[in-house]
Design a protein around this ligand. Structure first.
Ligand SMILES: NC(=O)C1=CN([C@@H]2O[C@H](COP(=O)(O)OP(=O)(O)OC[C@H]3O[C@@H](n4cnc5c(N)ncnc54)[C@H](OP(=O)(O)O)[C@@H]3O)[C@@H](O)[C@H]2O)C=CC1
Ligand SMILES: N[C@@H](CC=O)C(=O)O
Ligand code: NA
Length: 426
């Protein structure tokens, strides 16, 4: 019998409980062993819950789990940094294997957790932390292990993809779409992590660590969220043949430095990523042997995420007798992380300007003086003194675009730079 202690009984914890209960016999047949939830940690034992659970299983004391010798696996599904990080460390020190869906902890503290786990002879599984039900961690660790990964990128946050899809397809307001994503259980308990791009940054940091055999300092990544995206950006993107997606990108450059970033991006409509909608996530990987691989599935939500967590619990159960290393920390590689200033992309710029003769010439001069070459311009005819101008540039280094943006702000007739969005030539 494999004893499980569940930390958290919310969206994902509830799904894990339900799968382990409803598939009990099936799992026993496949594994030859029972998996039994011994205790569930919550904040409020008396709270009304989606799944009916025996009261004796619930506790609000972590000690009831960490000190229970019949618990072999601690499954952390609380989220956030603390107390989850302390609980994971304490559980490892008490020789418990860990399954978690906590990307913040794996991205920020993965190195410490892996070392501690190695010292204590336990294993760490975290498939639910990236791409929800998409088996991406296992794919990188096992199926693609003979490949040199050159690029890994995609849509890694279900909440923001849901919001952008609702804004694109239903012209829904940002706040309304976010509320729906929260009601569906996709968002983090503090949705700031989703909309700010941080959740995607944690995830691309985890995937890049695995792909490039290093630990990434997530705080040094360039991260931009979707807060500034307005319906007008989405509409003009559509007109120009693009869809706006929040992309997380991890590239290995020729000199072995890494280009890792998260930001909203114009994706051409003929790229399959542009058609990944709603809560769906996608990960595209380029490996030297395998070529291109694309994995697609629900990146958030109760059952897809619980599917990954339960698979990890079964994996721990299967491996409990064997001494399998956690892999990553054995062969760390040195990589330089390039700054966003060095990245080259075409840009889309939306400006509000006074509709007067000579304004466009001033804008073109500023851009030209800063090495930014214009690829196309749209100005919509409006019977107002202030009108929007939409520009698309040729590829240019971010530092030149930033210099140009600073100077554009100083032109009297430029009222506001509404948005600057990178166009990714994937
Ligand atoms: N929701 C999703 O779609 C996905 C979530 N994840 C990750 O899974 C994890 C869990 O997310 P989710 O299920 O959505 O979160 P929820 O907010 O739905 O659930 C959190 C659970 O943790 C319990 N909890 C919160 N704080 C404490 C504490 N201090 N001590 C003890 N228990 C506590 C809560 O107790 P109580 O019930 O009493 O309030 C609740 O049961 C997070 O790391 C998240 O990033 C990963 C992929 C997808
Ligand atoms: N809040 C996250 C949940 C899964 O990681 C998301 O929306 O993708
Ligand atoms: Na996954």
């Amino acid at each position: 019998m494999i004893g499980v202690g569940l930390l958290g009984f919310g969206t994902v914890g509830g799904g894990v409980y339900q799968i382990l209960k409803s598939k009990k016999d099936y799992i026993k047949r496949k594994l030859g062993e029972d998996i039994v939830i011994k205790k569930i940690l919550v904040t409020d034992i008396n709270k009304k819950r989606k799944y009916c659970v025996d009261k004796f299983l619930l506790t609000d004391k972590f000690e009831d789990i960490v000190n229970d010798s019949s618990i072999h696996v601690v499954v952390e599904l609380i989220g956030g940094e603390e107390p989850s990080f302390s609980y994971i460390k304490a559980a490892i020190k008490n020789k418990k294997h860990i399954v978690t869906a906590n990307k913040l902890i794996m991205a920020k503290h993965g190195e410490e957790i892996f070392r501690l786990a190695e010292e204590n002879g336990v294993k760490i599984y975290y498939e639910g932390s990236v791409g929800g039900g998409i088996p991406i961690i296992k794919t990188l660790n096992e199926s693609l292990v003979a490949n040199k990964i050159e690029k890994i990128y995609g849509i890694l946050n279900g909440t923001t993809n849901y919001i952008l899809t609702q804004m694109t397809e239903k012209k829904m307001d940002f706040k309304e779409a976010l509320k729906e994503a929260q009601d569906l259980g996709y968002a983090e308990s503090d949705p700031y992590f989703d909309v700010s791009g941080l959740d995607s940054a944690y995830k691309i940091s985890i995937l890049s660590s695995l792909s490039y055999e290093t630990f990434i300092d997530v705080d040094s990544l360039y991260v931009e969220g979707v807060e500034k995206i307005e319906l007008e950006d989405i509409e003009i993107a559509d007109e120009l043949g693009y869809v706006i997606k929040l992309l997380a990108i991890g590239k290995r450059l020729e000199d072995e430095s890494l280009d890792i970033r998260v930001h909203p991006t114009f994706v051409p409509k003929n790229n399959p990523i542009s058609r990944i909608n709603g809560v769906y996530n996608v990960v595209q990987i380029h490996g030297d042997n395998v070529g291109e691989i694309m994995m697609y599935g629900q990146g958030a939500g109760e059952m897809p995420t619980a599917s990954a967590v339960v698979a990890d619990i079964i994996e721990v159960a299967k491996n409990i007798k064997y001494n399998i290393s956690n892999g990553l920390i054995n062969n760390l590689q040195d990589h330089r992380l390039i700054s966003i200033e060095e990245v080259e992309n075409p840009f889309y710029i939306r400006l509000m300007v006074n509709d007067k003769p000579g304004v466009f010439a001033k804008i073109a001069k500023v851009l030209g003086d800063n090495n930014v070459s214009i690829a196309s311009v749209i100005q919509k005819h409006r019977l107002t003194p202030v009108v929007p101008i939409f520009l698309r540039t040729h590829p240019v280094k971010e530092k030149y675009m930033n210099q140009a943006a600073d100077e554009l702000k100083n032109i009297d007739d430029v009222i506001e730079i509404k948005n600057i969005i990178r166009v990714e030539e994937l």
